[in-house]
Design a protein around this ligand. Structure first.
Ligand code: SAJ
Length: 415
């Protein structure tokens, strides 16, 4: 059965691009969000998030009348839930957004509908979703939640797109289709095949949930290995960037890069879902999180030691975003470090962040000044490289030879 109308629930970094891409394939898409501002922005053909080319695709889809946003769910052939799954105190997964989405769409579900959970979730979340829907709609039969033959379809299909390349990767990446039953896999595959050029690989819901967490935990463990190496090399007076470049010349070694900590709402969050499911067994995964979460403190201590060399320290923090060449400051170690340095009163703190025009709330009123790179080079005696933004890579060693530099990204120390 072709999908005539698809509802995307949650119009954020994943939901909106997904809705726009499906609409661009000529399928009617109704996007649902709890934010009135987001709904109004999208219905004007504009976007409320930064992602290359997304504004163009959304504008075209809205103009063609294929994409519409609303705060009220409507009947559709398929529902794709892409709402946040943060963690609560003690790194406990917070499924409240998924539960709220389930309760919001339940009244408009019809027999034969497909419900897909895209949000990155702990193992077992899709089963919980089916149970919540079953509770709301005893007249329908959801797989794994009703003793009767299912007449609804439920699957978990995690996304793995790279922020900054979402529209390209939404289409080109392989997609894992985690159906509650084989029929659920078939239905979900039919939907994804309308826009996915990569392979759609079927599995069960639990394995699909774990695959997404595994991908990001693999990266987190490898970043932790690089961060631990950077601290060991400091102690042993070895240039960690030279060390990693040499080791990576081995045909089967690929060590990632040390940094000031791990930011973003994925790599720093997802591994905790595995730790929560298997606290005794997930030892490397937990330790990697602890190593990466400790790195900012290590950097702050190094900056304090650098500032102590001056009567009037002027410390320029280069970069506030969570990774290079984006404007996303969410969960950013660079922002946290800058904030802690300001609170520590070690001297005047300057911040250089080419992708923003005003200080984030967290830094306002902290005595931090947002300056451009040229001003920082003129005014500062301590430079802290926190993000490897392209403009910083253009700096030459003679720009900094009169400064004390804490280089967490190897901008100046790579061979
Ligand atoms: N980082 C390092 N050293 C490295 C690589 C990254 O310190 O060698 C840091 C970055 O500075 C950043 C954090 O880790 O603070 C995360 O960076 P990232 O490059 O992993 O980017 P994300 O979080 O935007 O994207 C990841 C991707 N996952 C994988 O590469 C396995 C992306 O494919 C996922 O879709 C995304 O998480 C997600 O949404 O889950």
């Amino acid at each position: 059965m072709a999908f005539k109308k698809v509802s995307v629930v949650g119009l954020g970094y994943i939901g909106l691009p997904t809705a726009a891409v499906i609409a661009s394939r000529g399928i009617e898409v109704i996007g649902i969000d709890v934010s009135q501002k987001a709904v109004e922005t999208i219905n004007q053909g504009k976007v409320h998030i930064v992602e290359p080319d997304l504004d163009m695709v959304v504008q075209a889809a809205v103009t063609m009348g294929k994409l519409r946003a609303s705060m009220t769910p409507e009947p559709a052939d398929a529902f794709m839930i892409a709402v946040p799954t943060p963690f609560k105190e003690g790194h406990q997964p917070d499924l409240s957004y998924i539960e709220a989405a389930a309760k919001a769409i339940a009244p408009v579900l019809e027999k034969g509908n497909l419900v897909i959970l895209e949000s990155t979730s702990p193992v077992g979340a899709t089963e919980k979703l089916a149970a919540w829907l079953q509770e709301q709609r005893p007249d329908l039969h959801f797989p794994g939640a009703s003793t009767a033959e299912p007449n609804m379809y439920v699957a978990h299909c995690p996304e793995r797109v790279l922020p900054g390349r979402v529209l390209e990767e939404l289409v080109s990446n392989d997609r894992i289709i985690g159906g509650m039953t084989n029929k659920c896999c078939e239905k979900a595959t039919e939907l994804y095949k309308t826009f996915v050029r990569g392979e759609c690989i079927s599995t069960n819901a639990r394995t699909a949930e774990m695959a997404k967490l595994t991908e990001n935990s693999f990266r987190d463990v490898n970043i932790a290995f690089a961060n631990e190496l950077s601290i060991i090399c400091d102690k042993l007076k070895i240039n960690v960037w030279e060390l990693i470049a040499l080791a990576n010349r081995h045909p089967r070694v690929n060590i990632l890069s040390p940094g000031p900590g791990v930011g973003g709402h994925c790599i720093a969050v997802d591994p905790w879902f595995i730790v929560d499911s298997a606290p005794e067994e997930a030892r490397i995964i937990r330790t990697a999180r602890e190593i990466n979460d400790h790195k900012p403190e290590y950097v702050i201590d190094k900056v304090k030691a650098a500032a102590d060399q001056f009567k009037r320290p002027v410390v320029a923090c280069l970069g506030l975003a969570f990774k290079a060449d984006i404007d996303d400051l969410r969960e950013s170690p660079a922002l946290d470090i800058t904030c802690e340095l300001a609170k520590a009163n070690i001297g005047q703190i300057l911040a250089v962040e080419p992708n923003i025009h005003e200080l984030p709330a967290k830094l306002q009123g902290q005595g931090v000044e947002l300056v451009n790179l040229q001003q920082a080079l003129e005014l500062a005696n301590v430079l802290v490289v926190l993000v490897d933004h392209k403009p910083f890579k253009a700096l030459h060693s003679n720009d900094i030879n009169t400064k004390v530099v804490v280089d967490t990204r190897g901008l100046f120390s790579r061979q």
